[in-house]
Write a protein that binds this ligand. Structure first.
Ligand code: ARG
Length: 464
């Protein structure tokens, strides 16, 4: 046990207590952030005259040495240390002696961990932005390539009206556009530096908080020391954004699974993104999409857990907050992994455009257009709706589509039908005639694609 706080105690900590309390097994991933924060703190301490420049230089090179040695495997992070902060401080003192003992001047582990976590989360927001952007580029490509790939649009999972594959993908594009902007918002709100808040009430040393904030790339220092050590809103916001991203990926996965099924046959996932069965030789399963859908639950769980953990915590720091780490780390790892795998899966899937078109032609997806045709011939819409309803029944009886009927047959149902009906209800016409903003027709789709292209050009990933 290597603890930073033994002085006031007369007994060793019970081993079970030590293990229960320790966070080194999971907070060791904060090592780069801990070192980065400590270097900024030491630099500032020297600038304000709390330590000498020589001490600063010793501390900086000691810290660099620790990071390098951990990275090369020369130095191992073990459970002998309570947390990553103790590990760094103990090793620094081993390396450089007394100067190392001065690093923690004017600092508490409370503001230290608040800083480490913020730096980590900030880097992860950039990572997520990067991955959402990559997915958006894949979606944009699918949109550009499939303006004339027709498929049925569904409501209630029943065929409704024809759309293009481009339009269907465009719906997800809108969702991920919002996800990206949520990440950007979160970044801007979290980008303030809590270092210098001390345990909860600042410090009597003349710390230059503006300086540390600047050294660490923050927009400025946080403005209340108690809030600084107690705030985990940025983790909660980010988990909420991750939960929303996962919800979008999960809905999309559900559609991929349906489309890839033998019954739909709209797409085929690439072999590299599918798995087989140990018993059924014919199987090619969409496990990746199923796992993305399944993992959504654990990200929702992390959000709910952290909200619940935070809800009863009085100001300022309390150890409950240590629970933020595993939840946040797991949710971030999961969301990042899912974004990347999902992107690879849809970038390599094969589209069965003919099957989609045939499916769009079956199931009376042009029934609304047939009713609209009659309206154009002067029939009131409610009457037209009734006429086409009877026509659908007639077709169901015959086992055919509206398009398969002869003009004579159509005219037995209603005398307004003329030769131009066939063109009016063709799949192409049905999609191409839908030309309002946001509709699947090629004109509005091209507008949206052009807007997306501009957006993709202008979006930048926030610095880590
Ligand atoms: N491991 C702790 C955490 O993650 C670090 C802060 C410890 N502070 C304290 N006063 N015990 O929250």
């Amino acid at each position: 046990m290597a603890q930073l706080w033994g002085g006031r105690f007369t007994k060793e900590t019970d081993q079970l207590v030590y293990d229960f309390n320790a966070s080194i097994t999971f907070d060791q991933r904060l090592l780069p952030q801990d070192i980065r924060g400590s270097k900024a703190h030491a630099t500032m301490l020297a600038a304000v005259g709390v330590i000498t420049e020589a001490e600063r230089d010793q501390i900086l090179s000691g810290l660099d040495g620790i990071l390098k040695d951990v990275e090369t495997g020369a130095l191992e992070i073990t459970t002998k240390y309570e947390d990553v902060h103790s590990f760094v401080e103990a090793n620094l003192i081993d390396r450089i002696g007394d100067a190392g003992k001065k690093l923690h001047t004017g600092r508490s582990r409370n503001d230290q961990v608040a800083l480490d976590m913020r730096l980590y989360v900030r880097g992860e927001v950039s990572e997520l932005e990067e991955r959402v952007l990559t997915l958006m580029k894949t979606l944009q490509k699918l949109m550009e390539e499939n303006l004339e790939t027709y498929m049925p649009g569904f409501t209630h999972l029943q065929k409704a009206q024809p759309v293009s594959f481009s339009h269907h993908i465009g719906a997800y594009m809108e969702m991920f556009k919002r996800d990206f902007s949520r990440l950007t918002d979160i970044y801007a709100r979290l980008n303030y530096c809590p270092l210098g808040a001390g345990a909860l009430a600042g410090t009597t040393y003349p710390l230059d908080r503006e300086m540390t904030a600047k050294l660490l790339g923050f927009a400025g220092p946080t403005l209340n020391s108690m809030d600084s050590v107690s705030d985990r809103d940025y983790c909660i916001e980010l988990l909420s954004a991750c939960a929303t991203i996962m919800m979008h990926l999960s809905r999309f996965s559900e559609e991929i699974i349906l489309w890839n099924s033998n019954e739909y046959g709209f797409i085929e996932l690439d072999d590299a993104y599918s798995t087989g069965s140990s018993i059924m030789p014919q199987k090619k399963n969409p496990d990746i999409a199923e796992l993305v859908r399944g993992k959504t639950g654990r990200v929702y769980g992390a959000l709910t857990s952290l909200l619940t953990t935070m809800k009863g915590i009085p100001l300022a720091y309390n150890k409950d907050m240590q629970e933020d780490k595993e939840l946040t780390f797991d949710a971030l790892d999961t969301t990042k992994g899912c974004l990347t795998l999902f992107n690879g899966m849809i970038a390599t899937m094969q589209l069965h455009k003919d099957t989609m078109a045939v499916s769009a032609m079956r199931g009376f997806t042009n029934a609304t257009d047939a009713a609209d045709y009659l309206v154009k011939k002067g029939v009131p819409f409610r009457d037209a709706h009734g006429i086409i309803g009877r026509l659908v029944l007639f077709c169901l009886d015959k086992g055919c589509a509206i398009d398969d009927l002869s003009l004579e047959e159509l005219r037995t149902i209603d005398a307004h039908f003329e030769e131009d009906i066939f063109d009016a209800i063709s799949l192409k016409t049905c999609v191409e005639a839908r030309n309002t903003i946001g509709a699947p027709g090629p004109a509005p789709m091209k507008d949206v694609i052009a807007k997306n292209a501009e957006l993709l050009q202008s979006l930048t990933v926030d610095p880590a």
